[in-house]
Design a protein around this ligand. Sequence first.
Ligand SMILES: Nc1nc2c(c(=O)[nH]1)N[C@H]1C(S)=C(S)[C@@H](COP(=O)(O)OP(=O)(O)OC[C@H]3O[C@@H](n4cnc5c(=O)[nH]c(N)nc54)[C@H](O)[C@@H]3O)O[C@H]1N2
Ligand SMILES: Nc1nc2c(c(=O)[nH]1)N[C@H]1C(S)=C(S)[C@@H](COP(=O)(O)OP(=O)(O)OC[C@H]3O[C@@H](n4cnc5c(=O)[nH]c(N)nc54)[C@H](O)[C@@H]3O)O[C@H]1N2
Ligand code: SF4
Ligand SMILES: [Mo]
Length: 681
Amino acid sequence: MTTVAATIGTTDTHCPYCALQCGMRLTGTVVAPRDFPTNRGGLCQKGWTAATLLDSPSRLTTPLVRVDGELRPASWDRALDLVANRIIDLQAGHGRDAVAVFGGGGLTNEKAYLLGKFARVALGTSQIDYNGRFCMSSAAAAGTRAFGMDRGLPFPVEDLRNANAVLLVGGNPAETMPPFVQHLRGAELIVVDPRRSATAELATLHLQPAPGTDLALALGILHAVVADGHLRHDYLATRTTGFDDVWRIAAAWWPERAERVTGVAAADQRAAAAMLAAAGDAYVLTARGTEQHARGADMVSAWINLALALGLPGTPGSGFGCLTGQGNGQGGREHGQKADQLPGYRKLDDPAARAHVAAVWGVDPDDLPGPGRSAYELLDSAPKGLLVFGSNVVVSAPHASRIAARLSDVDLLVVADVVMSETAAIADVVLPVTQWAEEDGTMTNLEGRVLLRRKAVTAPAGVRTDLEVLRGLAFRLGQPEERFPVEAEQVFDELRLASAGGIADYAGVSYDRLRAGEALHWPVPSTDHPGTPRAFLDGFAFPDGRARFATVDHSGPAEPPDDEFPLQATTGRVLQHYQSGAQTRLVPELMAAVPELYVEVHPDTAARAGVVDGDLADVTSRRGTVRARVRCVPTIRVDLVFLPFHFPGDARANLLTNPALDPTSRMPEFKVCAVRLEATS
Ligand SMILES: Nc1nc2c(c(=O)[nH]1)N[C@H]1C(S)=C(S)[C@@H](COP(=O)(O)OP(=O)(O)OC[C@H]3O[C@@H](n4cnc5c(=O)[nH]c(N)nc54)[C@H](O)[C@@H]3O)O[C@H]1N2
Ligand SMILES: Nc1nc2c(c(=O)[nH]1)N[C@H]1C(S)=C(S)[C@@H](COP(=O)(O)OP(=O)(O)OC[C@H]3O[C@@H](n4cnc5c(=O)[nH]c(N)nc54)[C@H](O)[C@@H]3O)O[C@H]1N2
Ligand code: SF4
Ligand SMILES: [Mo]
């Protein structure tokens, strides 16, 4: 059935997809770009076509309940009664932790907050985590370790325009945030990527390390900074601690040694050090390429160490930052859908934090559960009941065949989604929800700025908001209805109280201030506070105000290549598709542009496998095989293949990936695993 999005008028809003949150103007389902600091009137192809899903025939418009193996339409009351009754039974039989919740970094702040509250209060479960664990957790862990606070970019995106040099590590914004690239145009760009990505094409200097060797490269460049006299002694003495321990390790990583491990010429390492040092105003930025590793937190720490040695973080005109990914990748990690976290970036194991949040929620702090499992571990534990809001884990989790098998052991799988994702398709109950333009809510973009997304069109009949779903379930689980408000502004006002005094303090952000167009970057501790566009200028978020160097050393990928699996595979993104592809595979223009899984291969590597450009080839790791269209790319390393992860079924790149987890962040090693390439038989 086709639904028609009824126009409310013309509304200024933001794109539903990535963390750049480009400004757009929506009139019905017609998108126009809008000038906003992050995009300055630009939009990528996903943004231009974002409204397609508002009236797509693929839209879910009625709850579905599995009967005799098939998903069948049901009334909301029947679906919610069934879910609540099954939860009550499962928890009575197996304890509160038998029911788990999985959230997403695309959810608004209000949804992420209420989802965390729902898990801790209505379900009383410790088992909640979210897809940001697969996305930002290594960057968050390293940022917290170094600066005492994790805000992706602790400065506005537009500051980059005045930089003289930018070192971009493991990010391909020319495809993942196209309008962002304009902010880099004034700088000499150094890109670290084992592929010659669209972004590397724009670079003055492209360093092409073997995947998973970034830490050795960072140590080699740090060594060059010191040996070639670029170390900022004054900054180290007044603004940091711990350099001596780091130097004990980096001293042994002279660039020639780093060259042997990474393949990056020692001269290029020295050139990178010299360019950054000579620039004066310079930035170091990381993204998933260097973060999604079994030692990803340490890799980010190594890049932070380099930035500190050059005196960049917390210095006007310079800085260090991590590019956030999902639309609300920043806010989504601050308000309590993470296993160890309470709103305001508070820690669940901190008694004062528990007391503060419990008071806002009107519950006893002793009744709040403790920290739970991380995303992969949670899915792999096959809880008795699992509620998924805003993630398509059957496609996006590592070792996807294993996760799909574990999910088939879940007695009650509930998925709230906009469309029939691959995860919804195996659920016992599917709940159709509203999306971005059909509801109010706030998002926090990559620079920590809180944005208001206003309702722009009327939702199709039959769908409910995530907030309404949570209230409906909470009420059936015995909670007072007023504890789970459905008006986004009311939820936000509660979030402000819960976050007050926390690291991510939203107390002074109000819908009125956002409606008036104020640019509010957190922390905003009071309504007369102007917000914090630039953090750390007066000191880092530790009692002594100093940043911490982290003593980290290189160890290499969890799964090195061998005779059986001689190549390495890395995975990532293509411009036209978003994440698991659940949304963008339904947009005809995007599907026409990139219709199927492909594998980027060096022509010599293809020749050795007996395939040529355009052939189908099998890529096999210890966990599975995918069949992909060969794209010969002469600029990729000969030891590497690249696959996008946006495709379903047998074309899931995650059939290959290794779920080795980072010891600190619990991030899986999405960016490197050992594979072989073969002609299809
Ligand atoms: N088109 C599009 N845009 C998106 C998204 C999307 O799905 N599609 N998703 C959004 C989200 S959630 C995120 S997290 C961001 C991600 O944004 P990015 O981090 O820019 O995207 P990726 O393609 O995952 O990885 C970036 C690069 O890392 C490189 N890489 C692989 N292995 C290594 C390594 O060992 N070291 C280094 N240094 N680099 C390596 C890859 O070759 C790739 O070019 O994009 C956001 N924007
Ligand atoms: N191999 C490999 N795997 C990866 C990565 C990689 O680089 N390589 N990257 C990882 C990263 S960085 C990320 S962020 C994850 C992302 O992977 P996923 O978590 O699967 O992300 P999406 O595909 O965006 O899934 C979001 C789902 O929520 C639905 N949705 C959208 N808006 C709403 C809403 O408001 N409410 C509800 N209830 N649902 C909504 C969408 O329709 C979609 O089905 O993938 C990770 N997996
Ligand atoms: S760059 Fe990101 S926010 Fe901007 S239009 Fe593209 S997907 Fe949307
Ligand atoms: Mo992400």
